[in-house]
Design a protein around this ligand. Structure first.
Ligand code: RB5
Length: 149
């Protein structure tokens, strides 16, 4: 993906996974903007998804990694923004397709559902897989926010 800067954020349910993935990224020379949470206290996952949306919008980071207990809540929150395509992923194939077909700019995983080595695998694949474009570009273009009726 050729990411220049990555942002990472989690609630308390993704805290340990965040620490591990952040260290992995930094060891590969990736600059990581850590948006918290920074301790084990219970916090609200939407707050971290919204911070992620802000830093991607402003260009402070080009890709994001979001983590909560299941990955579900934080992905729902992040996908409320039109400029976010957050993909909740559980394996390498999902990570590959999230980039190749969906042009996802945020990788989401659940700290209470995914093991550390699978999570590492997902992140590595997510970072190295390009968007295929073509017919997938047409579909991604159709993902604008729909108004409620
Ligand atoms: C927090 O207990 C938990 O609900 C949260 O991490 C996440 O799993 C929500 O979707």
């Amino acid at each position: 993906m050729g990411a220049k800067k990555a942002a990472i954020a989690s609630d308390h349910g993704g805290l340990d996974l965040k620490a591990m993935l952040k260290a992995d990224l930094e060891s590969k020379g990736v600059t990581v903007l850590d948006l918290g949470t920074h301790g084990p206290e219970s916090v609200d996952y939407p707050d971290f998804a919204y911070q992620m949306a802000d830093v991607l919008k402003s260009g402070q980071a080009q890709i994001g990694i979001l983590l909560c207990g299941t990955g579900i809540g934080i992905s729902i929150a992040a996908n409320r923004y039109a400029h976010i395509r957050a993909a909740l992923v559980h394996d390498g194939f999902g990570a590959k397709m999230a980039r190749a077909h969906n042009d996802a700019n945020v990788l989401v995983m659940g700290g209470r559902v995914i093991g550390p080595e699978i999570a590492r695998d997902c992140l590595e694949i997510f970072l190295s897989t390009p968007f295929e474009g073509g017919r997938h570009g047409r579909r991604v273009d159709k993902l604008g926010m729909k108004g409620g009726t």
